[in-house]
Design a protein around this ligand. Structure first.
Ligand SMILES: Cc1ncc(COP(=O)(O)O)c(C=O)c1O
Length: 436
């Protein structure tokens, strides 16, 4: 296929400046290990694991073969009232690595669907417990919980919601945790307990018994990597417990090793009641998401329904699609065999050293990072996002893919990266930052 303006026209690209892109396309035609190949044949190092999805790098044969074999054996069957074996096997594997006490997994097809599913599970749980008055949800400024109507309602990113009205009305946002006084903090900044008191104030203002759940990304990812300040998640957990509020961790980015443990919940030693995940569950090789819940949540909802009836009126045609399950099972096996989460932990210091070395550059306003997840925030020039957008394109032409959000580049190397790959990434970043 020729990539001309005409041949590109009909695809309405998501979260993309369509008109600009089609004049100057950057199309990925190949992927192997930590490198992509673009349509000019150039090599592009993957500095963001695509969209934080591919810790194992690209082109893994084991995953492709698992999907191929599955499609030959059985391509699809209804997940409603019947089932395919992979769903049970994968649920077991997820429970084995999930925080203790999480016992059941509901499959979906994306992070956004996992959030909307979690919202419904929360509603069903409180209803089953005779607490249907808990209709209020708590989120955070700068939160990103996907783009479906439920997740959008929780969004704290104004650009994602200003066009759309009619979302769930009963959402209140706590403050975000970025602190201008603590720029260039490596790891967790100070002051978490005080920020978490926002939740206590909501309990006092609205009544704790009206609040259904708090949704939190343990590390706020898409807004540009806001690492939770010390004591923050712990205090949120305490307040939730005091008021019977469910705590949902959105681990769509942090899940599957990014912080050095399977989930950030384990890294920060704070247990949620529900956990959403997606992206790296299949290494990005198939669309999939999931919601894991603690036993009490599953029991309350299932026991509330009469015997032999559907307990939870929710599910997607492609919930637990056989090909997605096959990919995810193969990926979980590789994670275990290659000790991928340890790999991430081992590489973290070297990665953060490289990232924080960029601190001296004039174009840089802040650097943040934890595990194998980091952010380089640029000093804004012009309208928000203009400089970041240009930087993303500049980096690509220099041979590196980095996902930008506004003026912040989010760097999240594949776990299989060698130190030389990290050096290459930091070299390209430095060259770009010196040039702009
Ligand atoms: C924390 C978080 N939640 C939800 C989502 C939505 O996931 P998806 O794009 O797969 O719908 C994302 C996507 O980046 C995310 O970062």
């Amino acid at each position: 296929m020729q990539f001309t303006a005409n041949s590109l026209e009909h695809h309405w690209m998501p979260f993309t400046a369509n008109r600009a892109f089609k004049k100057e396309p950057r199309i990925i035609v190949g992927g192997e290990g930590v490198y992509f190949t673009d349509h000019h044949g150039n090599r592009v190092i993957d500095g963001s694991s695509a969209l934080f999805c591919s810790p194992l790098g690209h082109g893994r044969k084991e995953i492709a073969e698992a999907v191929y074999n599955q499609l030959l054996q059985n391509d699809y069957a209804s997940p409603f009232g019947s089932a395919t074996p992979g769903t049970f096997e994968l649920a077991q594997k997820v429970v084995q690595i999930a925080p203790e006490g999480m016992s059941h997994v509901f499959f979906v097809n994306s992070g956004s669907e996992s959030i909307d599913t979690a919202l419904k599970i929360v509603m069903a749980f409180h209803r089953a417990n005779g607490q249907a008055q808990r209709t209020r949800f708590v989120s955070r400024e700068r939160a990103y919980h996907g783009v479906n109507i439920g997740g959008l309602s929780l969004s704290g990113i104004v650009k994602n919601r200003e066009t759309f009205s009619g979302v769930i009305p009963n959402v209140v946002c706590m403050r975000h945790t970025w602190d201008a006084e603590q720029v260039f903090t490596r790891g967790q900044p100070e002051g978490g307990r005080e920020l978490a008191e926002d939740l206590q104030r909501f309990c006092e203002t609205y009544g704790g018994t009206t609040i259904a759940a708090v949704f939190i990304e343990p590390i706020a990812g898409s807004t540009g990597v806001l690492v939770p300040p010390i004591g923050y998640l712990e205090r949120i957990r305490e307040i939730c417990d005091e008021h019977g509020i469910l705590l949902v961790f959105d681990e769509v980015i942090t899940g599957f090793g990014r912080t050095g443990s399977a989930f950030a919940s384990q890294t920060f030693a704070v247990k949620p009641d529900l956990m959403t995940m997606a992206k790296a569950i299949t290494n990005g090789a198939q669309p999939m998401g999931a919601v894991a819940v603690v036993e009490e949540v599953y029991q309350a909802i299932t026991e509330a329904a009469p015997e032999n009836t559907i307990e939870f009126f929710h599910g997607y045609t492609f919930s637990g699609h056989p090909a997605a399950c096959a990919a995810a099972i193969a990926v979980q096996d590789i994670y275990r065999r290659e000790r991928s989460f340890d790999q991430a932990a081992d590489l973290s210091e070297y990665f953060l050293d490289g990232l924080f070395d960029l601190e001296d550059l004039d174009a840089v306003r802040d650097i943040r990072g934890f595990g194998l997840l980091g952010a380089v925030e640029l000093e804004a020039t012009g309208a928000p996002g203009t400089r970041g957008g240009a930087a993303q394109i500049d980096l690509f032409t220099r041979g590196m893919h980095v996902k930008f959000t506004g003026d912040t580049g989010i760097v999240a190397p594949p776990f299989i990266s060698q130190r030389s790959h990290i050096d290459e990434m930091m070299g390209i970043l430095r060259a770009m930052l010196e040039a702009i």
